[in-house]
Design a protein around this ligand. Structure first.
Ligand code: PHE
Length: 360
């Protein structure tokens, strides 16, 4: 029998050089197909003597197996290479795009208003609003501050300019958020539980006073609301807001025309080394005025004082923002200094919730 080696070398070489499936199939047909070279040699076995056959048979079979295996291996290698090629072409980046650079920030006052809304919402308070330009009736008269009342001077009111002969009721920049009490009760009656955050204006300017500042008014009217409820609500608020186990509050007897009895509330703090710190030191910062809503105020808002009673408070938002975030000078709040805003501002997407942590 002829030597099989040249045949073996030829086909193994061709197989190794095949670059695609079709080429490989052509080689298979040429070698192992019905009329392939190896198959033809197999057919010659019949013409051989038994001795020749005993030697040539296994050799041919071995060659057939070897070429078959080489074709399969090359087919697999070509498939792998094709897949790798395809993956390279179809590649795409599944990682997150880089975060956009943070541009603006949320002002501490806005942040604190959101925090207040979140905390009081959990206690059943909804949000009420009123105009910043108020009639003096809403800002004063309805709140039991008649025209000659000294409180009108104390408020250092900004009056809106008037044309000569203009006899519409005088308008003022509201000096507190208390007129929203009247508007909310006129609109919704009793029972009611609202807070009213917003801007207020007084002619005043030093380290802790600016002509425009922010308050949040609170109002809770029902049949049997008392000072005890007020105290609980304020303490719960302060603990939640300042994110501490306990706060030290001081209730001082005071006077407001629109509440009776009235109390001012201070919180313990320290100004040591120009740093404002909460819950330590020997200083007290007044953060709010409060009391039981005066019967005349209820009546002015159309709520029957024989049937309803409740508390109100007005808290300085800028003050509690300074305390919570250790900001020593109130005036910087309104300077629009980008470095300050960057330092004290909040990320736009961190919406405060009580359960998620207010000021993460
Ligand atoms: N309006 C008062 C102020 O501006 C605060 C206050 C509100 C007091 C409600 C009592 C009740 O100082």
């Amino acid at each position: 029998m002829q030597d099989l080696e040249p045949l073996r070398a030829k086909y193994l070489g061709e197989i190794a050089e095949a670059t695609d499936e079709a080429g490989l199939e052509a080689i298979r047909v040429a070698a192992l197909g019905k009329k392939g070279e190896v198959s033809l040699r197999m057919r010659e076995l019949g013409k051989m003597t038994p001795e020749e056959r005993r030697e040539a048979g296994p050799a041919l079979n071995a060659l057939k197996d070897e070429l078959g295996a080489a074709i399969s291996a090359q087919a697999a290698a070509l498939a792998d290479a094709a897949l790798a090629e395809r993956l390279k072409a179809e590649w795409f980046d599944v990682t997150l795009a880089p975060r956009p650079v943070r541009q603006g920030t949320i002002h501490p006052v806005s942040q604190v208003m959101e925090e207040c809304a979140a905390i009081f919402a959990e206690m059943g308070f909804t949000i009420a609003e009123g105009p910043q330009i108020e009639t003096d009736w809403f800002n004063f008269d309805a709140l039991n501050i008649p025209p000659e009342h000294p409180a009108r001077q104390e408020h250092d009111t900004f009056f809106m300019a008037r044309e000569e002969g203009d006899d519409r009721p005088p308008h003022v920049l509201r000096t507190h958020t208390s007129p929203v009490q009247i508007r909310a009760m006129q609109e919704h009656g009793a029972p009611i539980r609202v807070i009213a955050p917003g801007r207020v204006y007084r002619m005043d300017m030093d380290q802790t006073h600016t002509p425009m500042f922010h308050q949040v008014e609170g109002l809770a009217i029902d049949r049997d609301i008392s000072m005890a409820n007020l105290k609980w609500v304020l303490e719960e608020f302060c603990k939640a807001f300042f994110e501490v186990e306990s706060v030290e509050l001081r209730f001082r007897a005071s006077h407001f025309p629109f509440t009776e009895p009235s109390a001012e509330v201070d919180i313990r703090c320290s100004w040591e080394g120009g740093q404002l710190k909460l819950g330590e030191g020997d200083d007290w910062m007044e953060i709010l005025g409060s009391g039981m809503v005066h019967p005349k105020v209820l009546a002015a808002a159309g709520v029957d004082p024989e049937e309803w009673q409740g508390f109100a408070f007005g808290m300085g938002i800028d003050r509690i923002a300074m305390l919570k975030y250790g900001i020593p000078d109130l005036r910087a709040f309104f300077d629009s200094d980008l470095r300050w805003l960057k330092h004290y501002g909040f990320a736009a997407l961190d919406v405060p919730t009580v359960h998620g942590g207010l000021s993460r």
